[in-house]
Design a protein around this ligand. Structure first.
Ligand SMILES: N[C@@H](CCC(=O)N[C@@H](CS)C(=O)NCC(=O)O)C(=O)O
Length: 248
């Protein structure tokens, strides 16, 4: 099988990070094209020109001089593993484990991430409200967060905590089976980048009675383990050669 050329269209501080990690895990050659966020923290016009949805990651696959663009990180992860994980490094062993990975790929982006993003956006919105409207904006966003996004997010985190706790009790540091899989890759962004990379900020945001890492010790442990994965470290290094300010 001929090897296509891969270009990952990578927006700074984005979910695209997990796809760089995946390329490193699969030892697949790839090129990164970096896009900086606008001052409103949105995609720049060049990324919007590339794909009508204007979000990152976008994976460009070039074969026979033709480019195909695929989007949605869960779909990209599934696509690359199915087609290019020739040694089965990230492929779960049993059918049940395969089904679990499928679940996490959907859950990560379909349920967990939207609640998390809504909460983070609302939290930023109240600080950005015009002078004189900050109090009102804060009352409204707090009401929405407390009534809706926060309980949803906490339920999601309770659920994930119980899953990874059970895995830890079985002697595994990964979400599915005893090896790294698409489940860990998809959860890198919501669990590590959005929460445990800055636990103090998140604890304050929730006005939690104790630090978030004490409320979710197993998720915290998973985060600490995952950031030591050698290929993730390599992905971080690779990204920083393109973008000095890049951080996960
Ligand atoms: N579900 C999509 C979400 C893509 C997405 O929202 N990406 C963010 C970066 S983390 C983005 O491109 N934001 C730019 C914008 O909203 O303008 C995926 O997993 O690929």
């Amino acid at each position: 099988m001929t090897q296509p050329k891969f270009i990952l269209h990578w927006l700074s501080q984005s979910r695209a990070h997990r796809i760089v990690w995946l390329f490193e895990e699969l030892d697949l050659p790839y090129e990164l094209k970096i896009y900086k966020r606008t001052k409103e923290y949105r995609s720049p016009p060049e990324l919007i020109k590339l794909h009508p949805l204007g979000r990152s990651p976008v994976l460009e696959i070039i074969e026979d001089n033709k480019s195909k663009y695929i989007i949605e990180s869960g779909h990209i992860i599934q696509y690359l593993i199915e087609k290019y994980d020739r040694d089965g490094k990230l492929v779960p062993i049993t059918d049940d484990e395969k089904e679990q990975v499928g679940f996490y790929l959907h859950f990560g982006e379909g349920t967990l991430q939207p609640d998390l993003v809504s909460l983070l956006v609302n939290n930023t919105a109240k600080h950005k409200a015009p002078w004189g409207f900050k109090f009102l904006a804060s009352q409204i966003t707090n009401g929405i967060n407390k009534g809706f996004y926060e309980p949803h997010l906490l339920t999601n985190l309770d659920f994930l905590e119980s899953k990874i706790k059970a895995q830890h009790e079985l002697g595994s540091k990964y979400f599915v089976g005893h090896k790294l899989s698409g489940a860990d890759l998809i959860l890198l962004f919501p669990i590590y980048a959005n929460i445990f990379s800055d636990p103090k900020r998140v604890s304050e945001m929730f006005k939690a009675s104790k630090p978030i890492e004490k409320i979710y010790p197993h998720l915290y442990q998973w985060s600490q383990d995952i950031i030591k994965e050698p290929k993730l470290i390599k992905a971080n290094e690779s990204i920083s050669t393109y973008d000095k300010e890049a951080k996960l």
